[in-house]
Design a protein around this ligand. Structure first.
Ligand code: CTP
Length: 400
C-alpha cells in the first residue's frame, strides 16, 4: 500500500549482489511503485539492462547520453522526479564517490541532484565493509541524512563468512514501507530530550556516574526527527552519534549543566521527554586537586541535585507536554505513579528491572506507559528504536 504510486530511482552498481536487484525491482513493481533504474557501467557487467528494462517497463539509464542518438539524460530531472532513491547494491566504490561528491557517472550525478530521501544497501566483502575508510564514508553519508540499510551477516560471494551481504530485497521493501508509513506526526514540533548519564565531579580525575548508555534517549531523538520534529537533545557523556540535521545536540556533563540547558530550551518547546539518568546527588565540595590515598576511611559528603523533570513540570504551560521515565526495582507501578504526579508529567514510561532485557545497556527495552488519566499500557520487549516509535506515537496523539 505504502509504495503504491511512489516514484523510485533504483541505483545498481557493480557487485555480485546486482542479481538481487532484479528481484528487488520486481517487488517494487508488484507493490505498485514506478521504478527508474540507473545502473553504473560496472553494474552492467553483472546484470543486463535488458532484464531490468523488461521488469521496470522503462529503458534503463546508464550513460549521460544515449549512444546512438545523443539524447541527453537529465540527472537533475531524475533527481527531482524521485520520491526515493534506493542504491542496492552499493559497492565500496560508489559509497566512497557518494561521500565525496565524485560525480563521474549518471548514478552519482542523480544522487547529488536528488532532493528525495536516499537509501543505501551496501554489498561487499567483510574486510572491505569493516575497513575504516568504508565505515567513515558510511558515517559521512549518514550525517548527510541518508539512510544506510545495514548489510546482513552470512556467507559472502567470496565464500567467507561475515558482514557485508546486501540485505534481502524483502527487508529493503519493508524498510521503505516503514519509512513511507510514518505519519510525520510531529512536523514542525519542537521537542527537548534529555539522555544518558550525568557525571558528578569528585576531583579532576574522578566522578560519580551511572550505567546509562543513552541509547533510549538517542532512539527517541531519531524517532522524533523522523516524524518531522526539531529536536534539542541534551545529553550526558555517551559514546553515541546523532545522524539527523534536525537534531540539535547539546553535550553536558553534570546534572547542574543538564538542568541549565533544559530550563533554557523548554519555554520554546512543544514537549519534553526526560530520558536521562540524572544523578540525584553530587559531591558537596569537589576537590580541585586529585584526592590522595590515606590510611583512613574516606567520607564523601553529597548534596542533592535539582530535579530537572520536576522543574519543567512546574513551569509547564497547558500547551506543553512533559514525559518522564521511571526506573524501578520494586513496587514499580506505584512508584511510577507517584513520580508522574509529583513531577506533573503527562505520562511516564516505566522500566522495571524486574523484567528481563529492560533498562541500561541492553538494546531492547520492555516498558509500561502510565498516563495521567490512569490508563496503563504494557508493551512487549522490543528493540529500543521500536520502543521509541511507541512513545512517539502516544506523544503525537497528545499533540494533535
Ligand atoms: N529526573 C530529572 N532530574 C533529576 C532526577 C530525575 O529530570 N535530578 C527525571 C528522569 O529523567 C526521569 C524521572 O525524573 O524522567 C524519574 O527519574 P528517576 O531517577 O527514576 O526518579 P527520581 O525522582 O530520581 O527517584 P528515585 O531515584 O528516588 O527513584
Amino acid at each position: 500500500m505504502m509504495l503504491k504510486g511512489k516514484k523510485i530511482v533504483l541505483g545498481i552498481t557493480g557487485s555480485i549482489a546486482a542479481y538481487k536487484a532484479a528481484y528487488l525491482l520486481r517487488l517494487f513493481i508488484k507493490k505498485g511503485a514506478e521504478v527508474q533504474v540507473v545502473i553504473t557501467p560496472a553494474g552492467k557487467e553483472f546484470i543486463t539492462p535488458v532484464t531490468l528494462s523488461a521488469l521496470s517497463g522503462k529503458p534503463v539509464v546508464s550513460e549521460f547520453f544515449t549512444a546512438n542518438d545523443g539524447t541527453w539524460h537529465s540527472h537533475v530531472d531524475l533527481g527531482l522526479w524521485a520520491d526515493a532513491m534506493v542504491i542496492a547494491p552499493a559497492t565500496a566504490s560508489t559509497i566512497g564517490k557518494m561521500a565525496h561528491g565524485v560525480a563521474d557517472n549518471m548514478l552519482i550525478t542523480c544522487y547529488l541532484s536528488s532532493k528525495a530521501p536516499v537509501f543505501i544497501a551496501p554489498a561487499m566483502d567483510l574486510d572491505m565493509f569493516a575497513h575504516p575508510s568504508t565505515q567513515q564514508n558510511l558515517e559521512t553519508l549518514r550525517s548527510y541524512g541518508n539512510y544506510i540499510i545495514e548489510p546482513g551477516i552470512g556467507e559472502l560471494a567470496s565464500h567467507l563468512e561475515g558482514k557485508g551481504r546486501m540485505e534481502e530485497p524483502e527487508r529493503i521493501i519493508e524498510y521503505l514501507e516503514h519509512y513511507f508509513g510514518r505519519r510525520q506526526s510531529l512536523r514542525e514540533k519542537k521537542i527537548v530530550i534529555t539522555a544518558g548519564p550525568t557525571y558528578e565531579k569528585i576531583d579532576p580525575v574522578r566522578f560519580i556516574g551511572n550505567y546509562s548508555s543513552g541509547k533510549m534517549g538517542f532512539a527517541l531523538a531519531e524517532a522524533c526527527a523522523e516524524n518531522g520534529a526539531e529536536v534539542t537533545l541534551i545529553t550526558g557523556p555517551v559514546a553515541l552519534k546523532t545522524h539527523f540535521s534536525s537534531i540539535h545536540r547539546i553535550d553536558v556533563e553534570s546534572a547542574e549543566e543538564m538542568y541549565e540547558a533544559a530550563l533554557k530550551s523548554f519555554p520554546t518547546a512543544d514537549a519534553a521527554i526526560m530520558c536521562a539518568a540524572v544523578a540525584d546527588y553530587s559531591p558537596e565540595a569537589p576537590s580541585d586537586v586529585k584526592i590522595k590515598r590515606t590510611a583512613d576511611d574516606m567520607l564523601l559528603r553529597l548534596k542533592p541535585n535539582k530535579d530537572i523533570a520536576a522543574a519543567l513540570g512546574q513551569m509547564k504551560r497547558d500547551d506543553q507536554i512533559l514525559v518522564g521515565f521511571a526506573l524501578e526495582t520494586n513496587d514499580a507501578v506505584n512508584n511510577a505513579l507517584a513520580k508522574m504526579n509529583k513531577k506533573n508529567l503527562d505520562f511516564i514510561v516505566l522500566n522495571s528491572l524486574e523484567d528481563e532485557g529492560a533498562g541500561f545497556r541492553y538494546d531492547t527495552n520492555k516498558v509500561t506507559i502510565i498516563e495521567k488519566n490512569g490508563c496503563s499500557t504494557e508493551y512487549d520487549s522490543k528493540p529500543k528504536s521500536e520502543v521509541a516509535d511507541d512513545i512517539v506515537e502516544l506523544l503525537s496523539s497528545y499533540m494533535q
